[in-house]
Design a protein around this ligand. Sequence first.
Ligand SMILES: Cc1ncc(COP(=O)(O)O)c(C=O)c1O
Length: 432
Amino acid sequence: MASSEALLSIRAKRLSVDMDYISNYSVGSALQNPFDETKNPEGIINFGTAVSGLMDELWLTRFSQQSFFTPDSSHYRYYQCWGVDTFREALSKFMNIFFKPKKPIIFENLYVLNGALLSLDILGFLLADEGESFVFLTPGYNGYYQAGFQRWGIHMVPVPLQHNEESGEFELTVSSVEKVISDEESKGRRVRAFVFNNPENPLGKVFTVEIVKEIMNLCQRRKIHLIADEIYCMSVFDENTHFHSVLEIHNPTLLDTNLLHVIWGFSKDLCLTSFRTGVIHTENVSLQNALKSGSQFQAVPLPLMHILTNVISDADWFKNKFVPTNHSRLRATYAKCKEFFCKIGFTTTKSTAGFFFLVDLRPLFNPPSQEASKAFVKKLYAHKIYMTPSWEMGAEHGWFRFVFTAYSTHGLDIGLARLAAAIDEWKRDISA
Ligand SMILES: Cc1ncc(COP(=O)(O)O)c(C=O)c1O
């Protein structure tokens, strides 16, 4: 009998499923046995997946008080798969409020599909050929690697942010991005896009207008696409930090409009991850036509678009209730979790946005390595905890990403107690 793997495509082999890793160390185990305070109190507490439960009760109340869906017979037919115009119009109004674009966003430039990660996946398919390159910042979002490399054979090339041991900041210099682009090109690999995540996952960092302008300028000079993933743009919780979208900064002399594409979605800023809805803003007409042409493969269900149209049409509720409540909960939970790590003696990075920060657990390893981190992940799992390890985000070994938003108070407290116990036991083991 032929080996099962030999029967698959080269593309499928690139997925390189490592069952030991999947079963023992990855987020998979956490998602298969999720903690629930009443239904599964012995389940895994997942501090590794970037989701937020902070707004659950607000959504539960809102969805139970108001009906957002009135079915009619159109809901049982095929439809405009790249997003029906009523939804795109509602989205353009919503985004005009929260992205503050220089030029109003028009619905014709919005393309709806099943999530922000799929948007990156589709842009990978449409903007690069196999063997070409995209560059992105690390520590960064692992999904980029999966979408670009695993699916389309695009080299996903990291630009490591430099950790300043004194300030504790991870710093970006645009010259380091340019160097990576030049290095790729000297290997004969054409760089097609810079994937720029701002605010950044996992650092919760918001880049300044100056940096964003420099990046646009770089993309213009090198004639590469700028894919701006702004999925955390409404989750800037620090009161002294201001986010500026590329759509607010952009003008066509800074960057050719045909090279600029923005990604956003409902998973993070609205805490509606399971709704699997994302959007691409692009003015590039050829890209728009290509997005239309493949849209039947990635269509958001019509009833869901109908629900979301009604949800986002009440902009006042978002401005006056949802966003301020979300920000104050993000601030409070962030402060609580930072304090927890400080008390048990570990340094964390400063976040101003998003759901996460990095924890410097290097002192627990001598020296930090993937093997040692894997053993530590195993220890965490023994205490029914998961956190994102370094290699899942292209960070140096010993760094872990901690997602502070996943649980409201009780789950969070249980999780922090389990984490403290796991770290204590690890320290005892290594000193024995
Ligand atoms: C930076 C970034 N982009 C995209 C995504 C994917 O979002 P979605 O759930 O809409 O696919 C994530 C999810 O963690 C993310 O952190």
